[in-house]
Design a protein around this ligand. Structure first.
Ligand SMILES: [Fe+2]
Ligand SMILES: [Fe+2]
Length: 301
């Protein structure tokens, strides 16, 4: 009886009664094609329910590539978590079908039709917090030196190593220009949150912090691709605004930590061939991060 009555109290009220003034987020990214599987969607909803999470922060790369598939997966996720899914676009989400007209801006604009898109505008999370997000891009600032040239990095190809955005992301601008454009939008949205008196939870797809980049000095392929991990400029903007939390995806390494005084979480589901568990629901439960955020002290639990 005690369990039943406890479960009937909405999660935010229960935590307030317990003296925990926080908003509870479920964080997940990089579902890729697994987001098409109903058992994955069900497992996300079940994990959120079990944790009493109020929002699902989905940090990009949802779907098998391109905006249409991402939107299909997002709608399924959103239905499963009662319209509480928030999203920024990953690099795979803006991929253009080969041979078809249009560019990645068309794909990006199409993703803005999702109601939980943070790139449409900030979202008040309650508790004095606000989700602010852009998918972002990369400017090679998180990369490593190696035997490749600047030209190799700009072409995203070094010998047999090909970063697939080379063929499938078509912005009609340099990576640095695209990255800076998203940086300006991030800055503007952080300013809007501050003007509204709200503390930001900053969401990007790419990495904002060098500390979060996986370094593998003995793996040249991996090391080459670190150029495409993100931008330190995003991290500087996030730290300068004293964000309560930074959420990102893109690297398929699950990680929580602290960078420039900002707690961060990266909770990718990742490609199925890399899963630790054969059971999709178990892998979702393992990947999904539950984070309590408070506007007051940036407390993260
Ligand atoms: Fe990914
Ligand atoms: Fe990605």
């Amino acid at each position: 009886v005690a369990r039943a009555s406890r479960a009937s109290v909405p999660a935010p009220l229960r935590r307030a009664a317990e003296g925990v003034p926080a908003v509870r987020l479920a964080v997940l990214s990089d579902l890729h094609a697994a987001a098409r599987r109903p058992e994955v969607i069900r497992a996300v909803a079940a994990s959120m329910e079990a944790a009493g999470a109020e929002w699902l922060v989905c940090a990009g790369d949802v779907g098998a590539g391109g905006a249409d598939d991402a939107l299909r997966c997002l709608r399924a996720l959103d239905r499963a978590c009662a319209g509480r899914a928030l999203f920024v676009a990953g690099n795979h989400d803006i991929w253009c079908p080969p041979g078809e007209p249009g560019d990645s801006w068309d794909q990006w604009r199409r993703l803005l039709t999702f109601p939980g898109s943070l790139e449409r505008g900030n979202r008040d999370l309650g508790g004095g917090l606000c989700a602010v997000g852009v998918g972002g891009w990369y400017d090679y600032s998180l990369g490593d030196d190696g035997p490749w040239t600047r030209d190799d990095v700009e072409r995203k190809q070094w010998g047999n190593v090909l970063w697939r955005d080379a063929a499938l992301a078509r912005w009609g601008a340099t990576d640095a220009e695209v990255c800076a454009g998203f940086g300006q939008l991030l800055q503007q949205r952080l300013d809007e949150a501050a003007a509204a008196g709200l503390r930001a939870v900053a969401v990007t797809h790419v990495l904002p912090f060098a500390q979060a980049v996986q370094r593998r000095p003995d793996d040249p392929t991996w090391t080459f691709c670190n150029a495409f991990m993100g931008s330190s400029a995003y991290g500087e903007a996030i730290a300068a605004r004293g964000c309560a939390l930074a959420v990102f995806g893109h690297t398929h390494t699950r990680k929580r930590g602290m960078a420039a005084g900002v707690p961060y979480v990266c909770a990718p589901l990742g490609y199925e061939q890399d899963w630790q568990d054969a059971d999709a629901a178990a892998e979702v439960a393992r990947a999904l991060a539950v984070v309590d955020v408070s506007a007051a002290h940036g407390r993260v639990g």
